[in-house]
Design a protein around this ligand. Structure first.
Ligand SMILES: Cc1cc2nc3c(=O)[nH]c(=O)nc-3n(C[C@H](O)[C@H](O)[C@H](O)COP(=O)(O)OP(=O)(O)OC[C@H]3O[C@@H](n4cnc5c(N)ncnc54)[C@H](O)[C@@H]3O)c2cc1C
Length: 415
């Protein structure tokens, strides 16, 4: 049965949900307060990451975070503040950062990533719209043996899950990436990963949706939500009121603000990250994470992107030049001769990752409302998991059996 569905938020979660809902014959509207050109879904590294089986909340991260707190150029920073939501999130994060919880999440993260990668391929082969998508794997490049050993432990776990992973020496890396001039000890090579140019996908997806009858409301903000009897009846935006049968919460880092209006307390914090685009030729052809520096390098459509940092703080889009410089300086240390210009650094942009305490997203319905589906909280894997999430949202709203067990993603799970 066709339903009228309104999606709050037009990042990767919103547009992928719209895509699959529309394919199922629903009448879909996407509302976004931005003009669909900025934010996490545009600045990300574009990785499709079956390799990222370990979530951010892993043993050791708290100690590392505490050490890094006093370094203005560190890749991970938590701004301490007296805010109840932040404190609750922090406690839940600490409780999630155990060996046992991480081990439980590994197969869940792998399965949803594999599903999503398959769906990206399906969208590509459907020829609904064109976009850059390459499957060349991901190098976890390291300068120090210790970092390499730690990553190889993760690699071996991934091999047990069926992924192809190799431990390469510097010479072996040079053989597959001969012109990039990498200055490293070696790299763990995950063949499973793919990469894309997010801006191209977002632009062409939006054109496809519009041309196929999906209503796209740009620069319109959801201000309030009207409820009656366990159901949302309408949204109130700054321009109109919108009624629908079903609603999707895909508002990324803003999801807790809107959820509060519904009496839903969602543990989620924004994690700011930056990107620098370099248009000049870098000869980098295989994506690489520079392990010690935590910088992601992606050869995109017409430029190379360097991205990184995770700043847990209040919602803000201030650009901190110290962190932008730190990304550029680290990159130059891993690639001999790489120059990132002042102009490129000045044009850096940022986006907010919606970070849950355990690194797993919130997907599905809550017990409080019959017609509200969540598609948020994807932290560092949102680009990767867009299509799988969109597909699951569509299955939930279409009353079909979901492709994956939704329990690990439950909005009301305890941490
Ligand atoms: C530097 C960086 C690198 C990254 N690299 C990768 C990567 O390589 N691979 C990967 O998988 N992930 C990566 N990520 C994470 C990924 O980008 C995010 O998880 C993902 O983009 C989140 O998508 P979203 O749709 O949930 O949120 P968003 O993209 O933030 O979209 C939410 C939208 O909701 C809108 N909105 C909010 N409130 C309202 C309201 N009241 N009314 C109307 N609209 C509203 C906002 O305007 C926004 O456009 C990276 C992130 C960053 C910052």
């Amino acid at each position: 049965m066709s339903k009228k569905v309104v999606i709050i938020g037009g990042g990767i979660m919103g547009v992928c949900s719209a895509y699959f809902l529309h394919k199922e014959g629903h009448e879909v509207t996407v509302i976004d307060k931005s003009n669909f050109s900025k934010g996490a879904s545009f600045v990300n590294a574009g990785y499709i990451t079956p390799s990222h089986i370990i979530s951010l909340a892993a043993p050791g991260i708290i100690t590392k975070g505490l050490k890094w707190m006093f370094n203005p150029a560190s890749p991970f920073y938590v701004k301490p503040r007296l805010d109840l939501d932040f404190l609750k999130w922090g406690l839940a994060f600490k409780r999630s950062a155990t060996k046992q919880k991480v081990a439980q999440s590994i197969p869940v993260i792998k399965d949803i990533n594999i599903l999503s990668r398959a769906l990206y391929t399906e969208i590509k082969t459907s020829k609904d719209f064109n976009f850059h998508y390459e499957h060349k794997g991901l190098l976890m490049a390291y300068k120090h043996e210790k970092a390499g050993e730690q990553e190889w432990e993760v690699g071996q776990k991934a091999i047990k899950l069926g992924l192809k992973v190799e431990n390469l020496s510097a010479k072996e890396v040079e053989a597959i990436e001969p012109k990039a001039n990498l200055n490293i000890k070696g790299a763990v090579y995950y063949h499973s990963d793919a990469h894309m140019t997010p801006g191209v996908f977002m632009k062409n997806m939006l054109i496809y949706l519009k041309n196929n009858g999906v209503e796209i409301l740009s620069e319109e903000e959801v201000k309030d939500i009207v409820i009656s009897d366990k159901k949302i009846t309408k949204l109130i935006t700054d321009k109109r009121e919108i009624k629908a049968d079903e609603f999707v919460m895909a508002a990324g880092s803003w999801s807790p603000i809107i959820s509060k209006k519904l009496g839903i307390k969602m543990l989620l914090q924004p994690g700011k990250g930056y990107r620098i685009n370099v248009a000049q030729e870098t000869n980098i052809t295989i994506p690489a994470v520079l392990l010690e520096a935590k910088v992601a390098v992606t050869p995109m459509d017409g430029f190379t992107r360097f991205s990184g940092t995770m700043e847990i703080n209040k919602i803000n889009h201030k650009i901190n030049p110290i962190r932008v410089n730190a990304i550029a300086n680290s990159a130059s240390k891993y690639y001999h001769g790489l120059q990132i210009s002042t102009q490129d650094k000045e044009a850096a942009q940022c986006g907010l990752r919606p970070v849950t305490p355990d690194g797993l997203p919130y997907i599905g319905k809550t017990s409080q409302y019959n017609n509200l589906t969540f598609a948020t909280g994807h932290a560092m894997m949102g680009w990767s998991l867009g299509p799988a999430t969109g597909k699951l949202v569509s299955e939930i709203i279409s009353d079909q059996k979901p492709s994956l067990d939704l329990n690990p993603f439950h909005v009301e799970r305890t941490f």
